[in-house]
Design a protein around this ligand. Structure first.
Ligand SMILES: *[C@@H]1O[C@H](CO)[C@@H](O)[C@H](O)[C@H]1NC(C)=O
Ligand SMILES: *[C@@H]1O[C@H](CO)[C@@H](O)[C@H](O)[C@H]1NC(C)=O
Ligand SMILES: *[C@@H]1O[C@H](CO)[C@@H](O)[C@H](O)[C@H]1NC(C)=O
Ligand SMILES: *[C@@H]1O[C@H](CO)[C@@H](O)[C@H](O)[C@H]1NC(C)=O
Ligand SMILES: *[C@@H]1O[C@H](CO)[C@@H](O)[C@H](O)[C@H]1NC(C)=O
Ligand SMILES: *[C@@H]1O[C@H](CO)[C@@H](O)[C@H](O)[C@H]1NC(C)=O
Length: 389
């Protein structure tokens, strides 16, 4: 043997410099365990050695080291489950690297490299253990507004440190702060933070199933709605109902009359029988809020009697006024006749200096023939009356 080996010494030396022993049989894997994300591609890096002088006849990968009927390990590339997804990247001399794409949970096995030379064969044990994981969002079902919450993107095995997680809310990518690499931190949660959260790994197509986060908050926008105008006749009632925006929905309502400390009713609706200003208060486990007050006016029969009396009196007043007006008209016509005959001509004047209030009797005819300095503030007809002897 030594005789045969002697001339090859420089080659052996060269191979040893490169860290590959040509002294014997061996297979080494860069990773003995690989954690892969569902539907991703896995590269199993591998190198092998064999005694110098052997000729490689066959290289292949097998799983679970179970021999078939021919007392040989089955070649994965001939397995219909793998043939389309398996790619040999190595060189059949010392590099036995393969790639397996679109991995599924069914691919979780132990994979070994097998090779045969013209003289012997070798199985590279213990091989590579493949674990395939999906992603799950771990989040509380609900969080109260204003609290901090952390969502975790869980995998069943430890993915490489370089994996970068991406988060989505309602399928929209998020830019919120990350706590640790696989955690999303939501600070001082708002109502808008509620939604379906999912996570993914950068550069991978797989997206986790969504987890729903509900944001709870005390009642808001509490308001009372009133059927009709709020004005009712004694003996009737008016229904007030209370509405609010809250999560979980408010189921507990209290009714109050303004300036009265104790509640006058409960339940989402309330029948008001008396006049007053009423408001409601909606409660859930996170707090309560009160509405603005609404006014209810109950009109008793006395009020209605007053209204009737008022209508009759009003009618009487109008009739009286009409009679008076017609009498005044007659009297005016008489005055006009008198004035036209008795008023001297030089008392009549016109001009910018004359400040005259409009005569009440619009049909009093005045001769605007010349300007004058007389300031006439009194209605013409009054002067006329005073002038009367
Ligand atoms: C083996 O081959 C793969 C694919 O060509 C390459 O990426 C890898 O670096 C090689 N490994 C070694 C140890 O040469
Ligand atoms: C939320 O986190 C911030 C920063 O870490 C902290 O200051 C704040 O007190 C936290 N709020 C609650 C309600 O825990
Ligand atoms: C698997 O990955 C391919 C691309 O590599 C993508 O087209 C396909 O939608 C993925 N399937 C699932 C179920 O994520
Ligand atoms: C509820 O109240 C908020 C403010 O607290 C306001 O922005 C919003 O428009 C209100 N919604 C309705 C339906 O009134
Ligand atoms: C409704 O809320 C009031 C005030 O918080 C409370 O006293 C009462 O017990 C609550 N009722 C129910 C049925 O929860
Ligand atoms: C209730 O009291 C306030 C002062 O405390 C007063 O201004 C208001 O007019 C009162 N309302 C009624 C309906 O009595």
């Amino acid at each position: 043997m030594s005789v045969r080996m002697a001339p090859r010494l420089p080659l052996i030396f060269l191979l040893m410099i490169h860290g590959v022993s040509s002294a014997g049989w061996g297979v080494s894997y860069r990773h003995s365990h690989i954690c892969a994300l569902k539907n991703s591609s896995v590269i199993m890096s591998c190198t092998f050695t064999y005694p110098t002088g052997h000729q490689i006849e066959k290289v292949f990968w097998t799983k679970n080291t179970v021999k078939n009927a021919d007392d040989e390990f089955p070649d994965l590339s001939e397995d219909p489950e793998y043939s389309q997804r398996l790619q040999y990247l190595g060189d059949k001399q010392q590099n036995c690297t393969i790639r397996l794409s679109h991995v599924t949970q069914k691919d979780e096995h132990k994979y070994c490299f097998r090779f045969r030379t013209n003289e012997d064969k070798w199985l590279g044990k213990p091989g590579v253990t493949l674990t395939v994981t999906d992603l799950q969002v771990e989040a509380p079902e609900r969080v109260t507004e204003g609290h901090n919450v952390s969502l975790t993107c869980k995998s069943s095995c430890t993915l490489t440190d370089r994996a970068t997680f991406i988060w989505y809310r309602n399928s929209q990518p998020l830019t919120e702060r990350r706590d640790r690499n696989n955690q999303l931190l939501l600070q001082s949660v708002r109502r808008e933070d509620a939604g379906r959260y999912s996570c993914a790994l950068h550069g991978h197509s797989y997206i986790s199933p969504a987890a729903h986060l509900s944001v709870t908050y005390p009642p808001r926008n509490v308001s009372v709605s009133i059927t009709g105008s709020g004005v009712i006749v004694e003996g009737d009632s008016v229904t007030l109902s209370c509405s609010s925006d809250s999560n979980p929905p408010a189921l507990n309502f209290s009714w109050f009359k303004e300036n009265q400390s104790s509640a006058v009713g409960s339940g989402q609706s309330f029948s008001a029988l008396q006049s007053g200003r009423f408001y409601c208060e909606a409660h859930n486990q996170h707090g309560s809020q009160r509405s603005d007050a609404v006014t209810v006016i109950v009109k008793g029969p006395l009020v209605i009697l007053h209204i009737s009396v008022g209508v009759i009196c009003g009618a009487a007043v109008i009739i009286t006024m009409l009679i008076w007006r017609s009498r005044m008209k007659k009297r005016k016509n008489t005055l006009e006749t008198q004035m036209n005959h008795s008023r001297p001509d030089h008392d009549r004047c016109t001009g910018s200096d004359v400040e005259s209030t409009e005569p009440i009797y619009e049909n009093v005819t005045m001769n605007h023939s010349r300007p004058c300095d007389v300031e006439m503030t009194e209605p013409v007809y009054e002067n006329t009356v005073h002038d009367k002897p």
